[in-house]
Ligand binder design. Structure first.
Ligand code: NAD
Ligand code: TYD
Length: 351
């Protein structure tokens, strides 16, 4: 069926995998990638699909309401998959306002544009908001986040994402906008920007630089391979219940220190270095303020309702990820030049 799907943030880490999944799997869809190309957006991520006949890129900032409405009027999307965001917790601690602008105001601008062009005729229409498990706050040693866990965000990033989730639900409840929300655990994989733990450590191991572990390293995250997140978005976008939300995860919890040790082991093997070489770079540094202890997703609903299961184990996904970074060191060099270095020096100076 011919449909136009507008994907925001499609030049970013997760967005580029979602764009690729849709461009390749749905040749009858027209895929419009709307992205401002901030430091985190990179069209190199989409080199292999950029010439596809069903793909178009539009450079735009979702905080610019008038431009967003103009783009919606021009392309008349049937579906929106909204990933554009400021996404890094440490940056949100430095500059919360940027997170309110893009994550809250930007989301509301998109909701308004969809409401404006759909004009109450919602047949075949859908607004899919891509969110995070961080909206639920932190878990203690036990328990899992379900779709009914109360929102309790702590970082400026998670507060802005929680707010955007509330606006999406409000537009469903108030104006009848057809929406779905996915709340996913931490992603990892190819094209991951090296401000986040896994690609930062891969980059630093390659350059023999310290691997900064916040606090005691016992903080726990639940990791999902990015292509499995893209597949979950495809499933929920097409088959999720209108107005529903779905937690996405793979029951794959790791304490940060154990995860980094596993990464060091695999990197030593792949680089033919003696076992234990990368481990020596591990350095405990000052903790992140307001650091959430543990995130862990109960993915029962998406599994039972939609039959979702991740396609790779963590060991396989991590191996694919490391291989991708080893084979794409030009990409890593290009995204770590310029402003990245300033950010890095400022963030880790107190070490
Ligand atoms: P990312 O930072 O890699 O990419 C964000 C993209 O959004 C970039 O291409 C950037 O250019 C674009 N963007 C930023 N501000 C914009 C603006 N004002 N207008 C238009 N485009 C703008 O982020 P990511 O890790 O790929 O995350 C994508 C989405 O998934 C986000 O909404 C994030 O909250 C959510 N999410 C991320 C994770 C994770 O582990 N990374 C987990 C769950 C949910
Ligand atoms: P991160 O990749 O920033 O994702 P998020 O904050 O969204 O979970 O961080 C993952 C975990 O790793 C988190 O507990 C913070 C920790 N961390 C470090 O210990 N050192 C680092 O340099 C970074 C970036 C993160």
């Amino acid at each position: 069926m011919n449909k136009t799907i507008l994907i925001t943030g499609g030049a970013g880490f997760i967005g580029s995998h979602v764009v690729r999944e849709f461009v390749l799997k749905y040749p009858d869809y027209k895929i419009v990638n709307l992205d401002a190309l901030t430091y985190a957006g990179n069209l190199e991520n989409l080199k292999d699909v950029e010439n596809s006949s069903n793909y178009t890129f539009v450079k735009a900032d979702i905080t610019d309401a008038a431009h967003i409405l103009q783009i919606f009027e021009e392309y008349q999307p049937d579906g929106v998959i909204h990933l554009a965001a400021e996404s890094h917790v440490d940056r949100s601690i430095i500059d919360p306002t940027a997170f309110v602008m893009t994550n809250v105001i930007g989301t509301v601008n998109l909701l308004n544009a969809a409401k404006e062009i759909w004009k109450g005729n919602f047949e075949g229409k859908r607004f899919h908001h891509v969110s995070t498990d961080e909206v639920y706050g932190t878990l203690g040693e036990i328990g899992l986040f379900t779709e009914t866990t109360s929102y309790d965000p702590h970082s400026p990033y998670s507060a802005s994402k929680a707010s955007s989730d509330h606006f999406v639900r409000a537009y469903h409840d108030t104006y009848g906008l057809p929406v779905v929300i996915t709340n996913c655990s931490n992603n990892y994989g190819p094209n991951h920007f090296p401000e986040k733990l896994i690609p930062l450590c891969i980059h630093n191991i390659l350059n023999n630089k310290p691997l900064p572990i916040y606090g005691d390293g016992k903080f726990t995250r639940d990791w999902l391979f990015v292509i499995d997140h893209a597949k979950a978005i495809d499933l929920v976008f097409h088959e999720g219940t209108n107005g529903g939300s779905y937690n996405v995860g793979g029951f794959n919890e790791w304490q940060n220190i154990d995860l980094v040790r596993e990464l060091c082991k695999q990197m030593d093997e792949k680089l033919n270095r003696p076992n234990g070489t990368a481990d020596q770079l591990i350095t405990f540094v000052k903790d992140r303020p307001g650091h959430d202890l543990r995130y862990a997703i109960d993915a029962t609903k998406i599994n039972q309702e939609l039959g979702y299961k991740p396609s790779v184990t963590f060991e396989q996904g991590l191996s694919i990820t490391i291989d991708w970074f080893l084979n794409n060191q030009d990409w890593l060099d290009s995204v770590t030049s310029g402003d990245y270095q300033k950010y890095y020096d400022n963030q880790y100076k107190a070490g």
